[in-house]
Design a protein around this ligand. Structure first.
Ligand SMILES: Nc1ncnc2c1ncn2[C@@H]1O[C@H](COP(=O)(O)OP(=O)(O)O)[C@@H](O)[C@H]1O
Ligand SMILES: [Mg+2]
Length: 249
């Protein structure tokens, strides 16, 4: 649910991340309202994953500032980001194959300062993601879509205030994608703020309260999802590509 009247949970202010001569992110500014789902779209190489990496302090900023809940993220160590309430999933599945679903999710719950509350966080994350039934299974026994849900559950078990999802539906079929959209909306209704990177424009329209469009490290436009996908600069960035679900490379 968007509450644009409140103080933003995250302020991205003129952020740049350069790798030598590569300007992966080059002057991006936008805000994320508490409880909202914000999407980032843009062709491959736009700098979407680099921006996510900057938010978890995985890469240093070349310029600009990231302010999360009033705290300058630059002042935190990368190892403190999760405890400050920012959790992420990766573009590829990164589960430990020798641990059960429940044990994988427990790894997320243990990141929080409140260790005693971990079992409850695991149980509610499994419940929220519909994984209670398969909690004793091993990742290799599950479909790809379900493995991705375990990743989301692990991040949710950290009890974050901001969840970063980098292409959570990559490799999923339409049904699984719809399922993830439903899950995200449910988490949003529970008050969890989310930042989502996806290529599937229809999914972004369905899931997001706010859209940010990037190309070549720069912001094209940001705002209401329907307006953003109609923006001529956004269409131009995708020129020569099929518009929609098949835009993924
Ligand atoms: N660690 C890195 N070192 C050098 N270049 C990088 C690094 N990470 C990303 N890049 C480059 O930055 C640009 C943006 O990449 P990325 O953030 O992965 O884009 P997206 O997620 O939008 O596809 C690309 O040109 C990519 O090759
Ligand atoms: Mg990426």
């Amino acid at each position: 649910m968007t509450d644009t009247s409140g103080t933003p949970l995250l302020v991205v202010d003129d952020v740049a991340v350069h790798f030598g001569g590569v300007k992966a992110v080059d002057g991006i500014s936008f805000e994320i309202a508490e409880g909202s789902i914000t999407g980032i779209i843009g062709p491959n190489g736009s700098g979407k994953s680099t921006l996510i990496a900057a938010l978890t302090r995985f890469v240093p900023l070349t310029r600009g500032a990231l302010t999360f809940d009033g705290v300058d993220l630059h002042r935190l160590r990368a190892s403190d980001i999760a405890r400050h309430g920012i959790a992420r999933t990766f573009q590829t599945v990164r589960l430990l194959p020798d641990l059960t679903v429940e044990e994988n999710v427990r790894l997320g719950a243990d990141v929080s300062k409140d260790r005693r509350g971990a079992p409850e966080r695991v149980a509610s994350a499994l419940e929220a993601t519909g994984l209670t039934e398969v909690r004793r299974s091993y990742p290799g026994e599950l479909s790809y879509g379900t493995q991705r849900r375990v990743e989301i559950a692990r991040a949710v078990a950290m009890a974050p205030r901001l969840l970063l999802l980098d292409e959570p539906t990559a490799g999923m079929n339409q049904g699984e994608r719809t399922e993830i959209t439903g899950l995200m909306k449910q988490l949003s209704a529970d008050g969890l703020t989310q930042l989502l990177v996806e290529h599937d424009v229809q999914m972004m329209l369905d899931a997001c309260d706010h859209l940010v469009a990037m190309a070549a490290g720069r912001l094209i436009t940001n705002g209401n999802p329907a307006d953003v996908v109609r923006h001529p600069g956004v269409r131009e960035a995708y020129l020569g590509r099929k518009w929609g679900a098949d835009a993924r490379a």
